[in-house]
Design a protein around this ligand. Structure first.
Ligand SMILES: NC(=O)c1ccc[n+]([C@@H]2O[C@H](COP(=O)([O-])OP(=O)(O)OC[C@H]3O[C@@H](n4cnc5c(N)ncnc54)[C@H](O)[C@@H]3O)[C@@H](O)[C@H]2O)c1
Length: 250
């Protein structure tokens, strides 16, 4: 398939996990690609994986919490490629805290990365996506639908992404831009491998709540759906969320 021939895509969170898998998937289907993350080392590894021989890809370090950096990143991508067709927002963070112990600064940081960062990328990409009749795919989560014990900041941020993306979809439906979310369940990545739990947390209960019925998926299982939603095959789909959870939520 070459669904992204002549298309320009910007992927955040491209230094690892699902964002990296999305970058690889879109590149394999012909996209010209701007890989964005605040982890410069991880971006280098992604670029090495992409093995770009003809200058179709480049990487930009950007902290999505910072509006000036987001503006500059999108400008550099559009200046370089002459436009933007697809925005994939995968940058994100996860932390677990007992609700009564959650520090305000930790709550604010999760919201700043997962929700505000996603909003800033959408806000500044939308004028370019309107010019190209492009599309957005944002990362929500099963936590947005069912909640997750010890993850109140994370669940709140992803619920916000879900509602915000639907609202963008409504506002832009008549202007030619589609916007959808994916809601993965548990996918093994740096995010899930490196997370720590509060001592009082009932980990068995947490795992029970996030257990899939189907065998576990890797990031490629999410990237293939992201690519479908981003592509013109999904021309009549907007404001939707696709659960990719192997049956976790039934
Ligand atoms: N892995 C899962 O089980 C799972 C489940 C549901 C939803 N998600 C969502 O999918 C997305 C990708 O997650 P993942 O599992 O690949 O995680 P990951 O940790 O492997 O990747 C997240 C990437 O975001 C980047 N990032 C974090 N903060 C940033 C910032 N301020 N600016 C720029 N980049 C930043 C990190 O450097 C990292 O490369 C996230 O939004 C996550 O919440 C993941």
């Amino acid at each position: 398939m070459n669904r992204f021939a002549d298309k320009v895509a910007l992927v955040t969170g491209a230094a690892g996990g699902i964002g990296r898998a999305c970058a690889v998937q879109l590149a394999s289907e012909g996209a010209r690609l701007c890989c964005v993350d605040y982890d410069a080392g991880g971006l280098e590894e992604t670029m090495a994986l992409l093995d770009d021989k003809d200058g179709r890809m480049f990487a930009l370090t950007c902290d999505v919490r910072d509006e000036a950096q987001v503006v500059e990143t999108i400008k550099r991508c559009v200046d370089h490629f002459g436009g933007l067709d697809v925005l994939v927002n995968m940058a994100g963070t996860l932390r677990f805290d007992m609700a009564v112990d959650l520090k305000l600064e930790d709550w604010a940081n999760v919201l700043a990365i997962n929700l505000t960062g996603t909003m800033l990328m959408c806000k500044h990409a939308l004028p370019h996506l309107e010019s190209s009749s492009g599309s957005i795919v944002n990362a929500a989560s099963t936590a947005a639908h069912a909640g997750i014990p010890y993850g109140i900041a994370y669940a709140a941020s992803k619920g916000g992404v879900l509602a915000m993306t639907r609202s963008i979809a409504m506002e832009y439906a008549k202007r030619g831009v589609r916007a959808n979310t994916v809601s993965p369940g548990h996918i093994a990545t740096g995010m899930t491998d490196n997370v720590t739990f509060p001592e009082e947390a009932d980990i068995d209960f947490l795992f029970q709540r996030t257990q899939s019925i189907l065998p576990p998926a890797d990031p490629k299982g999410v990237a293939s759906m992201v690519a479908l939603l981003a592509s013109e095959e999904a021309f009549h789909i907007t404001g939707q969320d696709v659960l990719i959870d192997g049956g976790t939520l039934g």
